[in-house]
Design a protein around this ligand. Structure first.
Ligand code: AMP
Length: 217
């Protein structure tokens, strides 16, 4: 099963992909995580990518396409994968198609800009476990009350100015992919403003829904 998760930043693609990989024999491939790892180890790619990532801009296609192709060539991808955050531009989608990767379903997660802002501006990451919390009033999950604020960090691109930029980048560069995959007939919309358990149920339904063959004439 090869899936693409499309949708704006903050739609919950990462959390949803994580839950699905716990139930199915597929790996989650987040180009954002791969790039953040490259930044952390200070590789040539990481150094080139960092300045784009910090402002919420996209990393140039050539860098991301090479990174993704190398990742999906690894043996753990043989049984299938979820692409979380790739493709984000038409050239990336075309490169995937040229590489002969046939995608079973493209799931498009729909969420309002207001909810994206609420989710991302409150997002804090636990330094040691990587667990994600939301510190905004009403955000979930809240960090435990006894957790020191210093144990959590905020991604540079989760600051309000960068979020606004990421949304503009999404609308101009990534949203055209909805029409691209619609034209190929394998795009399914899912409302991503519901509770995570409800979204997971909707995604499972889409994954297990095999198209009915056309009736005999
Ligand atoms: P994410 O964690 O998916 O929100 O990605 C964080 C940042 O990594 C993005 O804002 C981009 O700067 C960069 N990035 C991740 N995936 C891609 C991609 N497919 N194309 C270009 N840049 C990407």
């Amino acid at each position: 099963m090869k899936l693409i998760f499309l949708g704006p930043p903050g739609a919950g693609k990462g959390s949803i992909a994580q839950r699905i990989t716990e139930q199915m024999n597929v790996v989650q491939i987040s180009t954002g995580d791969l790039l953040r790892d490259a930044v952390k180890v200070g590789s040539e790619l990481g150094n080139q990518a960092k300045k784009f990532m910090d402002t919420g801009a996209l990393v140039p296609d050539t860098l991301v396409i090479d990174l993704l192709k190398a990742r999906i060539a690894q043996p753990d991808c043989d049984e299938g994968f979820i692409l979380d955050g790739f493709p984000r531009t038409l050239p990336q989608a075309e490169a995937l198609s040229r590489a002969g990767v046939s995608i079973d379903k493209v799931i498009n997660f729909i969420v309002s800009d207001a909810l994206v802002l609420e989710r991302l501006s409150g997002r804090r990451i636990h330094k040691t476990t990587g667990r994600i919390y939301n510190v905004n009033p009403g955000g979930a999950p809240q960090p435990p009350p006894d957790m020191p604020a210093d144990d959590l960090f905020q991604r540079d691109d989760d600051k309000v100015e960068a979020i606004a930029n990421r949304l503009v980048v999404y609308r101009t560069q990534t949203e055209p992919l909805i029409a691209y995959y619609q034209a190929r007939g394998n795009l399914v919309d899912i409302i991503a403003s519901n509770a995570l358990d409800d979204i997971i149920r909707d995604v499972e339904k889409v994954i297990h829904d095999t198209p009915t063959p056309p009736a005999a004439p």
